[in-house]
Design a binder for this molecule. Structure first.
Ligand code: SAH
Length: 271
């Protein structure tokens, strides 16, 4: 659970996003996370479904004006800005990828939130913050790129005792070993829902809620495939033959999509 899967060092993940940032923005959304659909009948757009998931995560972080929140693996900042807008909290977002940080800071200025929201390049495994610096931590679909235990320990370290943590993770819902990687997402080997209690306990985090939301996120793969099929020619033209690997990577979860699920963990740092 704590080993670094080949291809997933922080530098490799950053290189991956150098290519992926613009693809995701064009053929997915500025939210770099799964969509959340209410039920089979819900045919919300990707933009609506991904913002809905952000709102669910915000509801797991009961923070208000004056609270300091760290967003670990912030993407281009859309969730952090929404969190700050809705709650009045001060948010610091970190990502290993510099392009994302530049984009996030530009968006904070554009949205008039730069006084409360800032982004900086940092490795989640070596957070450049003192112990107990934050009231809450959000890690929205980012821990899947990291060796989970050291990452969770770092998040716990920078929280005040009792401070809240809310994260999502990709989970393997069928493979009995839980060892298959989420091919294409530069992800660590997936864990299972049932691995989470031991993982969080080892990191000094007490679980308040552990929710399997796989049934709500599964439409993500079909929606993503649709976007890619619309853009394939343009993507290949723009990025050249090397992009085939990226496309394959994106498409890879389509087959086993039913077995790649998602969980929400909300908890707090043990006092
Ligand atoms: N939370 C954002 C982005 C999710 S994509 C959103 O919901 O939109 C995963 C994010 O994790 C990316 O920003 C990626 O750069 C970041 N990430 C992956 N490994 C990291 C590491 N070791 N340190 C910091 N950020 C990392």
């Amino acid at each position: 659970m704590t080993t670094q899967t080949p291809g997933t060092t922080p530098a490799e993940v950053s290189d991956f996003y150098d290519v992926y940032n613009s693809l995701l923005r064009k053929y997915w959304d500025d939210n770099f996370h799964f969509g959340y659909w209410q039920d089979e009948a819900d045919d919300s757009s990707i933009a609506v479904a991904t913002d809905r998931f952000t709102d669910i995560m915000i509801s797991k972080l009961p923070v208000g004006p004056g609270a300091r929140v760290l967003d670990v693996g912030c993407g281009i900042g859309k969730p952090a800005l929404r969190l700050a807008q809705q709650t009045g909290a001060t948010v610091v977002g970190i990502s290993i990828n510099q392009q994302q940080i530049d984009e996030g800071n530009a968006r904070a200025v554009a949205e008039g939130l730069a006084d409360r929201v800032s982004f900086q390049q940092a490795n989640a495994l070596e957070l450049p913050f003192e112990d107990g610096s934050f009231d809450a931590v959000l890690a929205f679909e980012s821990i899947c790129h990291m060796p989970r235990l050291p990452a969770l320990k770092e998040m716990s370290r920078v929280l005040v005792p009792g401070g809240r943590i809310a994260l999502t993770d990709l989970i393997k819902i069928e493979d009995p070993d839980g060892t298959a990687a989420a091919a294409g997402f530069q992800s660590q080997a997936l864990v299972r829902y049932s691995d989470y209690p031991a993982l969080t306990a080892a990191a000094g985090v007490e679980i308040d809620e552990l929710i399997d939301v796989s049934a709500h996120t599964k439409r993500t793969y079909a929606a993503m495939a649709e976007g890619i099929s619309r853009g394939t020619d343009e993507i290949v033209e723009k990025f050249g033959p090397g992009v085939v690997n990226v496309l394959q990577a994106v498409a890879a979860p389509l087959g086993p999509a039913a077995s790649v699920g998602c969980l929400i963990m909300a908890g707090h740092r043990a006092a």
